[in-house]
Design a protein around this ligand. Sequence first.
Ligand code: OMP
Length: 219
Amino acid sequence: ARRPVHDYQRDFIELTLHRQVLRFGEFTLKSGRQSPYFFNMGRIDSGAALARLGRAYAAALVEAGIEVDMLFGPAYKGIALAAATAIALAEQHGRDLPWAYNRKEAKDHGEGGSLVGAPLAGRVLIVDDVMTAGTAVRESLALIRAHGATPAGVLIALDRQERGQGERSAAQEVAADYGIPVIAITSLDDVLEYAGEQPQLAAEHARLLDYRARYGVRR
Ligand code: OMP
């Protein structure tokens, strides 16, 4: 059974297609996997598009109904995403949450430290772009714990539904290992459904199915 499709998901899918965030071709992923598709959030490169993206993230968080005290955006791409989500939460949902981000390189002058923004404390929500093998998200989870805060969940735009360290998906593993929800606005299922509906994407759809058979989770 398919999960219900919310308005914010429809709007987000429309945005990603319009801005060509989703592309088909041959891509080498961070994990070394060769993928027939890539989801590039860097294509959200205007103010209006970013605002729309922030609204989708905020709506997904509110819909999930989880309790969080603050947002954390991992460098680099998560920074703008956490900022856009924080703004949308404040403006659309009346929730003014603290937010923070990290630097990739520690600074030895100025404000010091590798964290910027609100101190990491309480239940922290990670806001990032895509989960594949879960490596990026696990680094953020470790950082939050190292600062004595509690991971509250992970909010991403796309769950690629690929195997993590074992047979389950990276998102399922992270959810189980940390006891937290992984909230994804869209997933590989949505990409497959979209490609499956477009006659001109028949070859891409077939490659997606092959890819899922290789790196996806048993279903
Ligand atoms: P994992 O650390 O393997 O979960 O990969 C997630 C990261 O890979 C994301 O934060 C992105 O930087 C990048 N990525 C994308 O942006 N889009 C994709 O479709 C796939 C990846 C990827 O390299 O796996």
